[in-house]
Structure formats: structure tokens, C-alpha cells
Design a protein around this ligand. Structure first.
Ligand code: CMP
Length: 385
């Protein structure tokens, strides 16, 4: 049950649970939103109230199940069951889940009625549950933490421009528009609206000097936002690269060809590999198509469909090397025979590795020679791995 609740778990049951959760959440939010419409027919009103109650019951059951399975979490390893549950209950996720069950507690205890005016507040409490469907939230938090120095610099620039602009416009505009620019705090509202490029237009400078300051503030606003976006985007891609590196490192240990290499050499290859998960019966490479990558099987099994018969390759095996070595189209079609995890190496990286780590490419070449001979019928066919 704990595995099913994991936000980024790839198991079938986990995906089904998340889909169900999303539907329940959407139904709950929609029902609460519609209940706030005045003059609904009584039957519709009753139906929406029942939906709200049902959604609240689902969230209550979910809270109990999550609390019960909390000791399974690796985060609470080494703690007693009771302590693990308490720690989960006090965590951000635990508190959000608790807030989502507040409505059912409030309704069943009679504190509020399911169609009372307090119901719209459910909306605010339930929308927080969307975090279950956003595993990237943690990434965002980590990116902000990693980039805090750069982000702080941009915020400081923002504040500097804001205060300078407010001060100058106050000096320039205070006689023409004393009610809007009479003090620096008054002028700050205009500066915020202009610097964030919102521009409500409720307060505008009238003097030439004020307009010139306004122009500078508008351009500065665009620059500040662009800087902020750039920092966050780079932070995200860095974080994603780090995660991918760890994912690949985890998978690489299952391929014997790599485990013989030293750590330094291995880390060079790991940065060039990409992890791809394929369901069963998916064509990974097709005969006669140009080849731009080769694949290592870290989990699962594939079937190589040759002109005469087929060969099965399993964990630790590799394929797609012939097109890269011979610079010819694919010699066979390769299809996954069960859910399979592959490590992909693109041609450009393959040729780079060929120059830097000759021992690895020699092993690949040796196997390719054997396969070519086998396909020509000069050696007996074997199920390779
Ligand atoms: P490529 O030609 O790039 O694409 C199809 C792949 O199937 C090929 O590289 C090999 O990796 C693999 N393949 C071809 N013949 C055999 C064989 N006899 N045994 C195992 N794998 C093969």
C-alpha cells in the first residue's frame, strides 16, 4: 500500500490510484465550486452535497491508510511504528492530508452542515492535495535552495530598483499628483505595478521626468523577470541532470560490460547514458532504419528478429552496436518481450567513448563480429545475453 501511495511510483496500481485520486479531487472541487452558485435546483444541490460527503470520506480513508503505512517509508527507518506515524502526521504531507479530512470531521461532528456557507473553505483545503500529483515540488524546493544566492541577488536588484524608482517619482510627481505620489510608500504601489510589468494603469506619472523613470522601471522589470526565469530554468536542468546521473548509476551496475571498468571511466560513461523504460512488445529499433544509438539492457528482455529466426537478449546484453560500427542501416528489428529498462548511448557519445575507452568498444566489436558471422550462417546460432 505504501508503494502505491508513492508520488512517482511507476507500478500499475500506483498509477491507477493517482488517476482515481485526481478524479475524486476534481469531482470534489467541482462540487464545492458549484454549491457556491445561488439558486441551484434542490435535486442538484442534494447530489452535489452527496459528492462532497463521498469525497471527504475517501480522503479520510486515505489519511488513515497513509498514517498506517508511514513506518514503511525509508525516511523513518529505525524509528518505532508509533514514532514513524507521529513524524509523518507532523510532516508537511501529513498536515496537508489532515487538513483535507477536517471537512469530514466538521460535518460528522455537526460543527457545520454539508451545504452550509463554510463549505467553500473545503476547496482551499482540498486543492492542497494536488501536491500528491506534483512530485516535482521537491525538485522545485531543491532548485530554490541550490540557487538561493543567485535568486537573492535578483531580489536585491528588484528592491533597489523599486525603492529608487519610488523615491524619484515621488520627488518628480508629488506636486502634480499629491494624493498618488505624496509619499514614498504611496509611490511604491506604482513602482511595484510597473516593475512587475503588470501596469494596471490606475496610477500613471504625468511629468516628463516621471515618464522617463517609468520607462526605465518597465525595462528593468523585464530584465529582472528574465534573470529570475533563467536562474530557475538552469537550476531545474542541473537538478534533472543530477537525478538522471543517479538513475543511470543505479542501472549501470547490472551490465557486466560496465562493471569491469574503473570508477573514473565508469563515471565518464554514466554521464553519457540515458535511462529509458519500455513496456512489453515495443519496437526499439527497426530493420533498415538508420541507427543513431545503441542500447544496454539493464532489466528485462528483448527479441532480435533476424531474417532467419530470432535471438533473445536479456539483462546485461546490448544491441544496436552494428549500425554504429559499420555505419549501415539496422540489421534486425528489436522488440521488447517484457517490460524492459534500457541504457541508451547516442552515436556521437559512442564514437567519443571509442576514442577514450578502447577496451569497452573492443568488447562490443568482438561481439558484433560474432553476430555478423552468425547471421551469415558461418557459426551456430546461440541465445546470447
Ligand atoms: P543494429 O544492426 O544496429 O540493429 C539491430 C541489432 O540487432 C544489431 O545492431 C545487433 O545489435 C543485434 N543483432 C543482430 N544480429 C544479432 C545476432 N545474431 N545476435 C544477437 N543480436 C544481434
Amino acid at each position: 500500500m505504501h508503494a502505491v501511495f508513492r508520488p512517482s511510483g511507476s507500478e500499475h496500481a500506483g498509477r491507477q490510484w493517482r488517476a482515481f485520486h485526481l478524479i475524486v479531487l476534481a469531482a470534489g472541487l467541482l462540487a464545492v465550486a458549484l454549491l457556491s452558485v445561488e439558486g441551484l435546483p434542490p435535486s442538484l444541490d442534494r447530489l452535489l452535497t452527496v459528492i462532497v460527503e463521498a469525497v471527504a470520506i475517501v480522503f479520510f480513508a486515505e489519511y488513515v491508510a497513509r498514517l498506517w503505512t508511514a513506518p514503511e517509508s525509508a525516511r523513518f527507518a529505525g524509528l518505532s511504528d508509533g514514532m514513524a506515524r507521529l513524524r509523518w502526521a507532523l510532516s508537511a504531507n501529513g498536515l496537508i492530508s489532515l487538513m483535507a479530512v477536517v471537512p469530514i470531521i466538521a460535518v460528522t461532528s455537526g460543527t457545520i452542515h454539508a451545504d452550509s456557507d463554510a463549505v467553500p473553505i473545503f476547496c482551499v483545503l482540498w486543492i492542497l492535495k494536488l501536491n500528491v500529483h506534483a512530485p516535482a515540488m521537491n525538485t522545485l524546493a531543491r532548485v530554490i535552495a541550490n540557487e538561493r544566492a543567485s535568486l537573492a541577488s535578483v531580489v536585491i536588484i528588484f528592491v533597489m530598483v523599486l525603492v529608487t524608482a519610488a523615491t524619484f517619482t515621488h520627488l518628480l510627481e508629488r506636486h502634480r499628483q499629491p494624493e498618488l505620489f505624496g509619499s514614498i510608500p504611496d509611490a511604491l504601489w506604482w513602482a511595484v505595478v510597473t516593475l512587475t510589468t503588470t501596469g494596471y494603469g490606475d496610477v500613471v506619472p504625468h511629468t516628463v521626468g516621471g515618464k522617463m523613470v517609468g520607462s526605465v522601471v518597465m525595462v528593468s522589470g523585464i530584465l529582472v523577470l528574465a534573470l529570475m526565469t533563467g536562474i530557475l530554468a538552469t537550476g531545474f536542468s542541473e537538478e534533472e541532470r543530477r537525478r538522471e546521473y543517479l538513475r543511470v548509476w543505479d542501472q549501470v551496475t547490472r551490465v557486466p560490460l560496465f562493471t569491469q571498468l574503473g570508477t573514473v571511466t565508469l563515471s565518464e560513461i554514466v554521464s553519457k547514458l540515458r535511462v529509458r523504460h519500455y513496456p512489453a512488445r515495443i519496437v526499439v529499433v527497426r530493420r533498415d532504419e538508420p541507427g543513431d544509438s545503441m542500447f544496454f539492457i539493464s532489466e528485462g528482455e528483448v527479441e532480435v528478429r533476424l531474417t532467419r529466426g530470432s535471438v533473445t537478449l536479456s539483462q546485461g546484453g546490448f544491441f544496436g552496436e552494428m549500425a554504429l560500427l559499420d555505419r549501415l542501416p539496422r540489421s534486425a528489428t528489436v522488440v521488447t518481450s517484457q517490460p524492459t529498462t534500457l541504457l541508451v548511448l547516442y552515436a556521437s557519445d559512442f564514437y567519443e567513448i571509442a576514442a577514450n575507452i578502447p577496451s569497452l568498444v573492443e568488447a562490443v566489436e568482438h561481439e558484433a563480429r560474432r553476430r555478423r558471422a552468425e547471421n551469415l550462417g558461418t557459426v551456430a546460432k546461440t541465445d546470447a545475453s
